[in-house]
Design a protein around this ligand. Structure first.
Ligand code: FAE
Length: 548
């Protein structure tokens, strides 16, 4: 271990300025309690695995699927080692602004994964490009470019939970059959969704505060416009600590969501995985985590189990050590893109030739498309905005679109309403190994986003007609309306009951499992992490009962 738990805890506390009782180690038990009462205890598990080490279970990736697997295996008495290619942000020293994570308006080297220029999801403002040069660094947000799409993903201990908006949405029960057709919906809605929501610490905004705070004026304008056009508007739950956010508003705690922090990390307030699942996992004493370790190969070992090759990197991305460890069982939890790329490459290069032909198939973007609308001068959306979205417009049944009313926290009045739409697109792409480049390609085409745009327009064309307003054309380029170049929600690539059995066991190999967003075939009808977590809870329960 590079750090003792005591050192890590005290450093985590002083950096965040919280005063906590040791009882907070219970993690989940404290959620919803005192403000931000959830420091990054997961760093108590920080480690650096040795070359030649043998572990019963290795988990590749520390996002939602990996964290569920680690916690439940540890609670069943099994030692688990996790490897994570990104940094353990709880152990990173603050930057010159005194914070670990920068604001959305001032991205620097901490913000982006191994890029020399930022790639902000909104590339322009008033038509002017806003990206800038930065130092290449193991930053927290990866904008991974494929030929037809950029896929945004979290990097670090906690995966996507570090960078996401925390919107924690359980799909409507009637939509679940299309999301995961081979899974018993009754079981999911009675057991695994409730379990996931509880462990993630999902909560909802106080409606009375919502009505009066200036930070949600943009949402109230979104509601007014949706309802005047006859659309259903709903509050959306979130894992942000709502009590903490209200305390931010009254000035009694340091601001985070109310200080433009989100996609490059929140310094306070968000219940990320290191404060929930991973905190509990660390508290078992059975889970260790090697950060800045990237898994590059998994193959059956002659003596049993699997040999896993790991590259240890520094924060500039240089490989500083290559290690081979042996694991009895391996869980692929590197996210939809990470897991799919690994499996496709391992099948093609002969490390895992018996994986079936479904590996790499069934990938989708959850139908993501972004758009802004220009509002009238009498409809300001506020010069202060919470970065945490708390509401959405539901036109799924009639038009195939669910749109979150998203913030545009520019720090000044923009007279814009901004949305991230999730649409019912049937487009699916495949990953394939390119032997000439040694990389894995994705067959997604930008033009496919037209389906999503058409569905999103069922909402926004109507609102524009009702309000007499127009689309913004200055946020994604010059004279460009739609943010159709990206996704925040990669899903699929090792689809449940196709590349794996109905519980994530990879076909062709005993002891290899997939337990992340790659199991879900391309679309969840809402924001995906609650479904990824609930499915992981379902699968790991079965795997522990029958395989371990
Ligand atoms: P994920 O959380 O991506 O974790 C995978 C981990 O594996 C990462 O930490 C990787 O660094 C690591 N990794 C990858 N390859 C390797 C390797 N070879 N070796 C070692 N480690 C590796 O996977 N979803 C919602 O439901 N609500 C939201 O509000 C929301 N907002 C979002 C906003 C942004 C900006 C982004 C990027 C995503 C958002 N999402 C949201 C999506 C959500 O975060 C995502 O679906 C989950 O994080 C995916 O969970 P997984 O467990 O599949």
């Amino acid at each position: 271990m590079s750090n003792t738990p005591r050192e890590d805890r005290s450093r985590g506390l002083s950096r965040r300025g919280f005063v906590l009782g040791a009882g907070s180690l219970a993690g989940v038990g404290m959620l919803g309690g005192a403000f931000g009462a959830s420091p990054t205890w997961a760093s108590a598990a920080a480690s650096s695995i040795g070359n030649g080490a043998q572990v019963p279970v290795l988990v590749i990736g520390t996002g939602y699927g990996g964290s569920v697997a680690a916690l439940r295996l540890a609670q069943a008495g099994i030692n688990v080692h996790m490897v994570e290619m990104g940094q353990d942000w709880a152990t990173v020293a603050p930057g010159s602004d005194g914070k670990i994570h920068p604001k959305i308006t001032s991205p620097d080297h901490r913000a982006f994964w191994m890029r020399t220029r930022t790639k902000q999801p909104l590339s322009n403002f008033l038509g002017f490009p806003i990206d800038k040069d930065i130092t290449k660094h193991a930053g927290i947000l990866d904008a991974e470019d494929f030929a037809g799409i950029s896929v945004y993903q979290g990097r670090g201990v906690g995966g996507g939970s570090l960078v996401n908006g925390g919107m924690a949405v359980t799909p409507k029960r009637e939509n679940f059959g299309a999301v995961l057709p081979s899974v018993d919906a009754a079981e999911m809605y009675s057991t695994y969704y409730p379990r996931a929501n509880a462990a993630l610490g999902v909560g909802s905004v106080d409606p009375a505060w919502f009505e009066r705070t200036s930070y949600y004026q943009y949402s109230r304008v979104g509601r007014k416009h949706a309802q005047r056009s006859g659309f259903a508007w709903t509050f959306v739950p979130d894992v942000y600590d709502w009590n903490y956010m209200m305390a931010e508003d009254n000035g009694s705690v340091p601001k985070s969501a109310l200080a433009q922090e989100v996609i490059y990390g929140n310094n306070y307030g968000k219940k990320t995985l290191p404060k929930t699942y991973l905190a509990q996992a660390a508290a078992t004493g059975k889970v260790t985590i090697s950060s800045l370790h990237r898994a590059t190969s998994v193959r059956p070992a002659a003596a049993g189990g699997y040999d896993v090759v790991l590259e240890q990197i520094n924060t500039a991305g240089d490989v500083v050590a290559t290690k081979t460890v042996n694991a009895g069982k391996v869980f692929f939890a590197a996210g939809s893109v990470g897991t799919s790329k690994l499996l496709v490459k391992l099948k093609a290069t002969g490390a895992l030739p018996a994986l079936n032909g479904e590996v790499g198939q069934g990938w989708g973007d959850n139908g993501n498309v972004m758009v802004g609308r220009a509002n009238h001068m009498w409809d300001p959306t506020g010069d202060v905005q919470s970065t945490i979205p708390c509401s959405g417009i539901d036109n799924w049944d009639a038009g195939g679109a669910f749109a979150e009313v998203a913030p545009l926290p520019a720090g000044l009045e923009t007279f814009a309403s901004f949305y991230l739409a999730i649409t019912k697109t049937q487009r699916r792409a495949a990953f394939s190994y390119n032997s000439a480049t040694g990389k894995v390609d994705l067959s997604w085409q930008t033009a496919w986003k037209q389906d999503s745009i058409t569905m999103a327009k069922t909402i926004f064309d109507k609102i524009n007609r009702t309000e007499g307003t127009i689309y913004r054309t200055d946020l994604f380029g010059t004279n460009k309306i739609w943010g159709d170049h990206l996704t925040y929600h990669p899903l699929g690539g090792a689809v449940l009951n196709k590349a794996t059995d109905n519980y994530g066991r990879l076909h062709g190999y005993n002891g290899l499992y997939v337990i992340d967003g790659s199991l879900i075939p391309g679309n969840t009808s809402v924001n995906p992490f609650v479904t990824i977590t609930a499915l992981a809870e379902r699968n790991i329960e079965r795997i522990i009962a029958t395989d371990l």
